[in-house]
Design a protein around this ligand. Structure first.
Ligand code: CIZ
Ligand code: SF4
Length: 329
């Protein structure tokens, strides 16, 4: 028997107390029935929900079993051996989960949730790079399709990019698809980096001038920048790291005021538990990440639609690129 809205509200009062700073009460009333239904469906279907750090708080804190960056999520899911995995994130993340969990049913709540970085390069373009630079290894940031990963030598994340590049023991590497990540790594290593021209449409919008202005207006503001930001922006930051690195930095340093130069939901999600820290804008949302909603998570759990499949011919090579990264880090 479906339970009433009032029952759902009563049952999740404790959860709402944690989230009331980031979700208005009226909006919460629209979410709570879906949260209740999703929690029931997870048990019925032996399913887990992975949520990327850029998911909205009702997903991140309300229904997720594991939260983190794309690689941590895929690896943790492999340990859980669930029949069904819902990846609350974008398409390349769901593919990475499938690569490391080939025997599970992997569902993505909206298969049109893309990424400007992943879309900036095709497998043919990687092959053309190899022709142009024979014998130079190709490192791919995790933000690429499985088909592109299959053409590359090794994968990396924003947290381990420098380490992966240096692990190859060569004087020169090609880094795709993120130009800014490549340039940020290049400033910290002796390895020569040949970048691709991809950009994250969210992180490229942060500007060094805006950071300076925010610092002037807000004394003692800590600034942390994702490495998908331009090198000029990263140079202005107190710390630069992946979303996992950012969470750890805030938890450890407990700054009074912080500005996270990354996707908007990251600050909302951290502010739920970091009560002593004030989070400052600008809040830039990723339109692809924001396609993932509670309603769509509920729908894929109910119907089993939007299963992620990776063509047999690319599965092994794409998986190899990710496994080589795990071995090297
Ligand atoms: O790997 C991820 O999840 C991405 C794209 C960003 C990050 O820093 O977590
Ligand atoms: Fe891609 Fe940027 Fe959106 Fe992340 S925030 S999914 S890198 S477009």
């Amino acid at each position: 028997m479906p339970i009433s809205l009032q029952d759902s509200l009563d049952k999740h009062t404790g959860l709402y107390k944690r989230l009331e700073k980031v979700i208005p009460q009226k909006v919460w009333q629209e979410f709570v029935e879906d949260i209740e239904a999703i929690q029931k469906l997870k048990k019925e279907k032996n399913a887990v929900i992975l949520a990327h750090n850029y998911m909205t708080p009702e997903i991140f804190h309300g229904v997720a079993d594991i939260v983190g960056d794309s690689l941590a999520l895929a690896r943790e899911a492999a340990k859980m051996e669930s029949e069904v995995i819902v990846m609350a994130g974008v398409q390349f993340m769901a593919e990475t989960v499938k690569l490391l969990n080939p025997d599970s049913v992997v569902l993505i709540p909206d298969p049109t949730a893309g990424c400007s970085l992943a879309e900036s390069i095709t497998p043919e373009e990687v092959r053309a790079l190899r022709k142009k630079y024979p014998d130079v290894p190709v490192v791919t940031y995790v933000n690429t399709s499985a088909a592109v990963k299959a053409e590359c030598d090794i994968c990396c994340t924003s947290g381990n990019a420098k380490k992966i590049v240096e692990s190859l023991g060569v004087p020169e590497v090609i880094m795709v698809p993120d130009e800014f990540l490549a340039l940020n790594v290049a400033t910290n290593t002796d390895v020569k980096i040949i970048p691709w021209r991809g950009r994250c449409e969210v992180h490229e919008k942060f500007a060094a001038d805006d950071v300076q202005q925010m610092r002037q207006e807000n004394p003692n503001l800590s600034v942390i920048a994702h490495p998908e930001c331009s090198p000029e922006v990263v140079a202005q930051a107190d710390f630069s790291g992946s979303t996992v690195g950012m969470s750890e930095w805030v938890a450890k340093k407990k700054p009074g005021k912080v500005m996270l130069l990354t996707e908007a939901s990251m600050s909302d999600n951290l502010s739920v538990d970091q009560r002593g820290t004030a989070f400052f804008g600008p809040a830039l949302a990723c339109p692809h990440m924001k396609k993932i909603t509670l309603k769509k998570i509920r729908e894929v759990l109910e119907t089993g639609v939007h299963q992620v499949e990776i063509p047999h011919e690319i599965m092994a090579s794409a998986r190899r690129a990710v496994e080589r990264m795990i071995e090297a880090s």
